[in-house]
Write a protein that binds this ligand. Structure first.
Ligand code: ASP
Length: 348
């Protein structure tokens, strides 16, 4: 075996001049990328219908990028994703990397909650190797299906040594996002994913990859969080604020046994006065309260219109409500106190 130098030389080794291909393992979870409609122009379809091997076989040229293998991990629409599946995915990915069975992982996923699964994995996977989610807005059977090129680009990133140490990513519609920052912004447009504030990690177009930055917040190997045993994440509810919001929902959530509440607040994470009182009662009852925002962009800051120190609230910094819920669940699972939870929102 002969190898050229450099820290990643193993990937450029050759055995009797044969190139060793990078191994990319694809975990299929369903979604529209595996969706099937009655015809190629039908507007209705069933997500999670086509098996992952069929999805892989529909993409020409993957074998030029990497040695690709597939596994049907789940077959759901991503609105049916849950914590059990998140934990199972994180544990499976760690297992594959520990067994040296893959150099990079791609996860095909529905677009609706890809940002939540991605952020959970970003916080819990214990490897510097690339983990790349992808999906599509049009089903596999559609005219101009976007899934095949998205999968091609995702595999190219997962096979790239330069993709290491960038945490979990989403490769879609030629863009490369950090799982921490990305969010779905349009219900139907193919160009639906954006990373408000932070911007793209890079681009990946027909195998040509450009990186613009690395995530600076903690993730993967630098994260204290572990996925844990399946099914053991504490309950956290997200409550959507609006003019005239009733405090009853806060009290209902507490009486149903929630351990945490994330409010999707108006503006800078605000809620009406009666809701502030109910949230304070929740804190006194041992429930962690995080103020996030329904706005979709910008920070939620401590102590602007509310005295968060006196009220015992945590602010979400830049995390949207659904990602705040993921981080708060992990904080609760790891028994962090209120100030440690606030620090986690500043650090992750
Ligand atoms: N509802 C689908 C899902 O998230 C939508 C999609 O994949 O684009 O599974």
């Amino acid at each position: 075996m002969s190898c050229r130098g450099g820290p990643d030389a193993w990937a450029r080794c050759s055995v009797r001049d044969e190139k060793i291909m990078t191994r990319v393992h694809i975990l299929g979870t369903g979604g529209t990328i595996a969706g099937q409609g009655a015809t190629d122009t039908s507007s209705s379809y069933r997500p999670g219908s086509v098996m992952i091997q069929q999805v892989i076989d529909s993409v020409p040229g993957l074998d030029q990028l990497a040695e690709v293998t597939g596994e049907q991990f789940a077959q759901v629409s991503s609105q049916d994703m849950n914590e059990l599946l998140w934990q199972g995915l994180a544990n499976r990915i760690d297992e594959l990397f520990e067994a040296e069975a893959a150099d990079g992982i791609v996860i095909t996923h529905g677009t609706d909650t890809a940002e939540e699964t991605g952020y959970f994995l970003h916080l819990t996977v214990k490897s510097s190797r690339p983990v790349v989610l992808t999906g599509s807005m049009r089903p596999a059977t559609s005219l101009s299906a976007d899934g095949p090129l998205n999968l091609y680009n995702a595999v190219s990133v997962a096979a790239d040594l330069e993709a290491r140490n960038r945490g979990v990513m989403l490769a879609i519609n030629d863009d490369l996002h950090s799982a921490r920052d990305v969010t779905k912004s349009s219900t139907t447009d193919v160009q639906t994913f954006i990373s408000p504030g932070a911007g793209l990690l890079g681009t990946a177009r027909l195998g040509r990859i450009r990186y613009y930055r690395r995530p600076v917040r903690r993730h993967t190997l630098n994260s204290i969080f572990t996925a844990g045993n399946e099914g053991r994440l504490p309950r956290v509810d997200v409550l959507y604020a609006h003019a005239g919001m009733s405090p009853d929902l806060v009290r209902a959530s507490v009486s149903l046994g929630t351990r945490g509440i994330v409010v999707a607040g108006v503006g800078n994470g605000n809620v009406p006065g009666p809701v502030v009182h109910a949230l304070r009662e929740a804190v006194e009852a041992g429930v962690r309260v995080v103020r996030s925002a329904r706005v979709g962009n910008g920070d939620v800051e401590r102590g602007v219109e509310l005295d968060d120190d006196a009220l015992g609230f945590v602010v979400s910094d830049q995390l949207n409500p659904q990602k705040s819920r993921v981080l708060l669940q992990l904080c609760l699972a790891h028994h962090l106190d209120s100030s440690a939870v606030q620090n986690a929102f500043y650090q992750y």
